[in-house]
Design a protein around this ligand. Structure first.
Ligand code: MLT
Length: 271
């Protein structure tokens, strides 16, 4: 401990995007990898991965708009708007090329970034994420979710988070669920609604992975209730250069199957 801070403490930094500070951490040196968290999460979820990879890579973890310490920019946070915030950070740090690792909604943002800035991307990891758009029933679910969030955001969070995990009698995952709920409860109501609106209108981006000139890594949860295994296995055949890791988990592989998923990401960012 120095100044009461743990030795591996990494201070948050921020750049202004449309007048709102967008927070991120920046650690390590080497080829750059940018980590993007999912819905109701923040950059903290990547702490263990960032720590482990910072011996070989420069690791940037960003709080996307309306999540973590980053405030809200609008009533709709489209994936393109979030990708613009990511671009701003990367540009301000004078990073020319990077790999992107996106968990779920973070993967949708990574795809929007890759579409807008193909020359900057050296690899894309869809970590329980899909290049497909929402189906009509999924859009209707989002509208229902928005109504619940307007009335009672913490009820929405407490009902949503357990669904992200694969639980059995032997593995009820109570501590991980509680930890994830605690992170999610930090998300402001407007941030939750703006992300739901943004995910609902997101574009289908299979072309981005089909013609990706860089490696695409799919990390898939065998028991993912949010993004079905079968649809991801189909998408994983699209890129010319792709690798697929299937873990025995739900939607939260970095917590549920940390060794397997970290090993896959490590290989991806160091190859
Ligand atoms: C996420 O984990 O980021 C979201 O659940 C993704 C989604 O709802 O499509």
């Amino acid at each position: 401990m120095k100044n009461n801070l743990p030795e591996n403490f990494i201070p948050d930094k921020a750049f202004l995007f449309k007048g709102v500070p967008v927070y991120f951490t920046d650690r390590g040196s080497g080829p750059v990898v940018v980590f993007l968290h999912g819905f109701l999460e923040n950059k903290e979820i990547w702490n263990d991965f960032a720590e482990a990879l910072s011996s070989t890579n420069r690791v940037i973890c960003i709080d996307l708009p309306g999540h973590g310490k980053t405030g809200c920019l609008s009533y709709v946070h489209s994936m393109e708007l979030m990708a613009e915030a990511v671009y701003l950070i990367v540009k301000k740090l004078r990073i020319k090329r990077c790999k992107l690792v996106g968990h779920s909604m973070g993967g949708y943002v990574a795809l929007a970034f890759a579409e807008a800035n193909p020359e900057m991307v050296t690899g894309l990891c869809l970590f329980h994420s899909t290049a497909r758009a929402d189906t009509e029933p999924k859009k209707a679910d989002r509208n229902r979710a928005i109504q619940v969030v307007k009335k009672n955001p913490s009820l929405f969070i407490k009902e949503t988070i357990p669904n992200l995990f694969y639980t059995t009698k032997q593995k009820p995952r109570k501590r991980l669920i509680a930890k994830t709920i605690a992170i999610a409860l930090k998300t402001p109501k407007q941030g939750i609604i703006a992300a739901l609106e943004g995910m609902k209108i997101r574009l289908e981006r299979e072309l981005i992975i089909r013609f990706a000139p860089y490696p695409v890594l799919f990390i898939i949860g065998k028991h993912d209730k949010i993004i079905p295994y079968e649809s991801l296995i189909e998408q994983a055949t699209l890129p010319e250069n792709s690798k697929t890791i299937v873990a025995n988990c739900g939607h939260m592989g970095f917590y549920e199957a940390p060794e397997k998923t970290l090993a896959a990401v490590k290989e991806f960012v160091t190859e």
